[in-house]
Design a protein around this ligand. Structure first.
Ligand code: NAD
Length: 369
């Protein structure tokens, strides 16, 4: 029997609510399969700061170091609440980026998926959705502007200034490109390389390395596209994309747009993979506007569990079952309020109801090996 240690970082806002549904599913998966999951909750984010004085306490680091994989809920507070925390201790700067740095999780997979039958969730017209949306956004996660040197001060003219550095070396680009080409090779053999080389020199190097790595993947067609144009095409013709690769900040922004074209950020799970350790998290934030109401969509969190099964535990068949179980709850007409539209005929369910329905559906499915 396989046995895995999973660190659970509940996070802030809706984090604990959607984490509870993920735990429900993990317990069910352990019952159904010859596997045991040792689940350890650890504080992380703003709640950890208020509880322990640090958003990524040493005790949490130790639990994550020990874990086979990490499941992380969203972190952060409303803009106003964030002001109660010193700038460098605020959740992204004090916890999220250090987590990514600690485990060097450079490859971020963000699936943007909506089958044709659920096109009514999307704000796009059915004729734009066509046969459905199925894009894998691959975002470089530990370089670029978010990780560069930062400097603030007073300049010679007595004015406040800020300087942030966007830095990539060729090895950093090479490794994410390899992941992107390998992914494209397994899918439709088309890779959209997203860049801004008409303005940014970092994109010139990015594109050069893309071309070089592409030599090893002659079957994969590369289509280079400017990031601003890509934002437009995501709305006008999402079906033209299959695998997209991009640097850190472009990926942050375009993947939220991905959630927008699906109809909700609640449909956005993700996997963050490093050389030795991976963590899994919803792509979205802590949604303070709906926290504590049992209305958040747990698909992003349960989907992150499905990605963990595939990418960390070699449990592909159960991952497939789990995706199908979630889709079938939607297909029966149920959803959380984020996906309902005025005049629509969605049957509204709570966060915990959705988790129960997914669990019931999964229980009814045969275990395929
Ligand atoms: P957000 O992603 O939290 O929310 C944007 C909108 O999407 C809100 O209307 C919210 O209700 C909705 N939404 C998000 N997830 C949902 C879900 N699962 N179900 C239903 N609706 C959902 O973005 P924000 O409001 O700009 O940020 C809130 C906080 O989250 C900020 O502190 C921000 O810094 C932080 N944040 C954290 C992460 C992370 O932990 N990786 C990512 C992005 C933002």
């Amino acid at each position: 029997m396989s046995s895995y240690k999973i660190a659970l970082l509940d996070g802030d806002g809706i984090g604990p609510e959607i984490m509870a549904e993920a735990v429900k599913i993990l317990n069910l998966l352990a019952e159904r399969n010859k596997v045991s999951f040792e689940l350890t909750h650890a504080p992380f984010g703003a709640s950890a700061y208020f509880e322990t004085g640090h958003p990524f306490p040493d005790s949490t680091k130790a639990i994550c170091d020990e874990a086979d994989a990490i499941l992380k809920g969203p972190i952060g507070l409303s803009h106003q609440e964030s002001q109660k925390i010193p700038v460098d201790m605020q959740p992204e700067r004090g916890a999220l980026l250090p987590l990514r740095r600690r485990y060097n999780t450079y490859a971020n997979f963000r699936p943007v998926f909506l089958p044709k039958g659920l096109a009514h969730f999307s704000p796009l017209k059915p004729e734009i959705i066509g046969e459905g949306i199925d894009i894998m956004i691959i975002r470089e996660l530990v370089g670029g502007l978010y990780f560069g040197e930062k400097e603030t001060g007073i300049n010679e003219d007595g004015r406040r200034y800020v300087k942030e550095t966007l830095e990539y070396d060729e090895d950093q680009i090479k490794r994410i490109m390899k992941v992107a080409f390998q992914t494209a090779q397994k899918r439709k053999k088309v890779l959209h390389n997203i860049h801004k080389s008409n303005v940014l020199k970092s994109s010139v190097l990015w594109n050069e390395v893309c071309l070089e790595v592409g030599q090893d993947f002659p079957e994969v067609e590369v289509i280079n596209i400017l990031v601003d144009a890509a934002a437009t095409y995501l709305c006008l013709n999402p079906g033209m994309f299959d695998v997209m690769v991009m640097e850190n900040m472009f990926g942050d922004i375009l993947s939220d747009q991905g959630g927008g074209i699906l109809g909700s950020l609640g449909l956005m799970p993700s996997a963050c993979i490093g050389p030795d350790k991976a963590y899994y998290e919803p792509s979205h934030g802590s949604a303070p506007d709906i926290a504590g109401q049992n209305v958040a969509n747990p698909y992003s969190m349960i989907g992150s569990v499905a990605m963990m099964l595939e990418m960390s535990f070699n449990m592909d068949a159960e991952a497939k079952n789990l995706w199908q179980a979630m889709q079938s709850v939607f297909a029966k007409g149920y959803s959380t309020p984020d996906l309902s539209k005025p005049g629509g005929d969605v049957k509204l369910v709570s966060t915990s109801d959705f988790g129960d329905m997914v669990a019931a559906q999964l229980s009814s499915m045969p275990i395929s090996s």
